[in-house]
Design a binder for this molecule. Structure first.
Ligand SMILES: Cc1cc2nc3c(=O)[nH]c(=O)nc-3n(C[C@H](O)[C@H](O)[C@H](O)COP(=O)(O)O)c2cc1C
Length: 175
């Protein structure tokens, strides 16, 4: 598959990069980082967010899936309104119009009603809304374990086979 990973300027940008790093090598991966995320990360990898002419800005590129993690409320609002003023928001609008697998991980606490409405609007056009939610089962012990669980869930949604977390097999230990 061709998979795009977008990273916008919400807290936890390193989690988006981790997801990018963990994409299995049989897939083609493409990274784009917003200027505000880049300012924090100082990361020079991937496409520049103002490179609106990059291949992933076109439907003809044929991306199969996109993960936007984390997604700031700013970028969420733009996508929900159809604004495509940089490479992340343009790639996002392409995924929506081409009806491709698109998972957004909004990151803010708490979510205000505007953000919730934006999420509902996007969910109704087929975007999967999957915030980075912590896991308290499956033997998670470290932050790395927790992050691998979150990334594994995102990969499941994108159709990327993975064994990043132990799947629920039933049974509850009440000891
Ligand atoms: C340290 C830091 C942490 C931030 N965390 C968040 C966050 O968790 N969620 C969010 O929506 N915005 C957060 N912001 C604000 C966004 O960076 C800001 O709205 C920015 O305009 C987003 O730009 P972008 O959507 O182009 O990446 C944070 C800003 C800073 C400086």
């Amino acid at each position: 598959m061709k998979i795009i990973v977008g990273v916008s300027g919400a807290s936890g940008a390193s989690l988006g990069l981790k997801a990018y790093d963990l994409i299995p090598s049989e897939h083609q991966r493409f990274l784009v980082i917003s200027d505000n995320a880049r300012a924090v990360l100082k990361n020079e990898e991937g496409y520049k967010n103002d490179d609106i002419a990059a291949p992933i800005a076109s439907g003809s590129f044929g991306a199969d899936a996109m993960l936007l993690a984390p997604c700031s409320m700013n970028t969420l609002a733009k996508i929900a309104c159809g604004i495509a003023d940089n490479l992340i928001t343009r790639a996002a609008s392409v995924m929506i119009k081409e009806k491709r697998r698109f998972t957004i991980a909004p990151r803010e606490a708490p979510f205000d009603p505007i953000a919730l409405e934006n999420m509902l609007k996007l969910s109704r056009v087929g975007v999967i809304i999957a915030p980075p939610i912590l896991c308290y089962y499956a033997d998670r012990k470290t932050i790395d374990d927790m992050e691998r669980f979150i990334v594994g869930k995102w990969f499941d949604l994108l159709g990327v086979k993975n064994d990043l977390y132990k799947r629920w097999s039933g049974g509850v230990n009440l000891d």
